[in-house]
Design a protein around this ligand. Structure first.
Ligand code: UVW
Length: 326
């Protein structure tokens, strides 16, 4: 973790680039590593979700054989805090049955209404493409200045992903075959490939790949794991593996998808490589425990995967209740 002195203001140099009316940095260099910039057009807002077309969604529906369903969401308001300093979820009632029972209801109705105050990324969630930038650039060459506190993500907002996640899902249950340390473990591309082979569950273009590291189970069982910033996760080289398989979406049962800390350099490099370069949304804090038990029992690691983010206009992420259907 980089230390920034509390009283530091500079150094700062005005940027040497220009921004178009559409919010693109003029002549932005394309990323050096695997990327999908301009693959689906210069104005694309959906990144790898473009790989999920109607045919792909229909193929996913054909995987449903028994109708067993697994919600992959943590209970909102549960005990696992998200990455960083995001506050706990606050669940308040604006009207309750008790109001009616003591004569303070509305027109005699016995009914209730409630309000949730939460960070959109406080629980099981999807990171939209506007969540991370590097060198002032977002996915497809958009300028990071398109995302402001007043207006939100004026490009690449989560609403563009609202119907996108209906596809074949594959569980790579790395934790089932390997004793990964929940604090220091690192999952490489080679280990993902070996797991896919062992489980006979190779990802295909447009798939959602769900990766079980064991972190969530360990964190639920042991507060010491929960309180550590370090965590098991994906190595940066998994970006090549994800790109080679043309995966549409990757979700992990940890807080940040990637191993923390990562290599020296910019913080959360896999976030940059996935969100900014590949245009691939990320899923965090996915609860894969029940699904893992089912896949171990029946040997089937593929299923229909459905997850609809809330179409919060110009948001950079969304809570989600993903469902695997077998
Ligand atoms: C940050 O927002 C820093 O990370 P994450 O996407 O893992 O929540």
């Amino acid at each position: 973790v980089r230390e920034i002195p509390e009283d530091s203001i500079g150094p700062w140099k005005p940027p040497a680039y220009e921004v178009t009316a559409d919010g693109k940095i003029t002549d932005a260099p394309v990323p050096a590593g695997p990327h999908n910039w301009n693959r689906w057009g210069a104005s694309d807002q959906r990144g790898t979700l473009n790989l999920i077309d109607e045919r792909k969604a229909a193929e996913a529906a054909a995987l449903v054989k028994t109708g067993q369903r697994f919600s992959l969401a943590l209970p909102i308001g549960g005990s696992i805090p998200a990455f960083g300093t995001r506050p706990a979820v606050r669940h308040l009632f604006s009207r309750s049955m008790a109001d009616a029972l003591v004569g303070d209801g509305f027109n005699g109705m016995e009914s209730a209404d409630d309000v949730v105050v939460m960070d959109l990324q406080a629980s099981t969630q999807i990171d939209a493409l506007s969540h991370f930038a590097a060198e002032d650039l977002l996915y497809n060459g958009y300028w990071a200045g398109a995302v402001t506190a007043r207006s939100g993500a004026r490009r690449l907002g989560v609403q563009h992903l609202a119907d996108g996640f209906v596809t074949r899902g594959v569980l790579l249950d790395v934790a089932a075959g390997h004793d990964l340390d929940p604090v220091c473990g690192v999952i490489t591309g080679e280990l993902l490939e070996a797991t896919a082979t062992a489980q006979n569950a190779h990802p295909r273009p447009g798939d959602a790949v769900l990766i079980r590291t064991g972190w969530l189970a360990a964190a639920l069982a042991d507060e010491a794991v929960r309180l550590r910033r370090r965590s098991v996760g994906l190595a940066v080289d998994t970006l090549d593996w994800l790109a080679d398989h043309d995966v549409a979406f990757v979700a992990v049962d940890n807080r940040a998808v990637e191993a923390i800390p990562g290599p020296p350099g910019p913080l959360l490099p896999l976030h940059i490589g996935a969100l900014r370069d590949l245009g691939m949304p990320l899923g965090e804090l996915f609860d894969l425990e029940d699904l893992s038990r089912s896949c171990t029992a029946d040997g089937v690691h593929e299923f229909m995967f459905v997850a609809m983010p809330l179409p919060v206009v110009n948001a950079v992420g969304s809570p989600v209740n993903p469902v695997a259907i077998k």
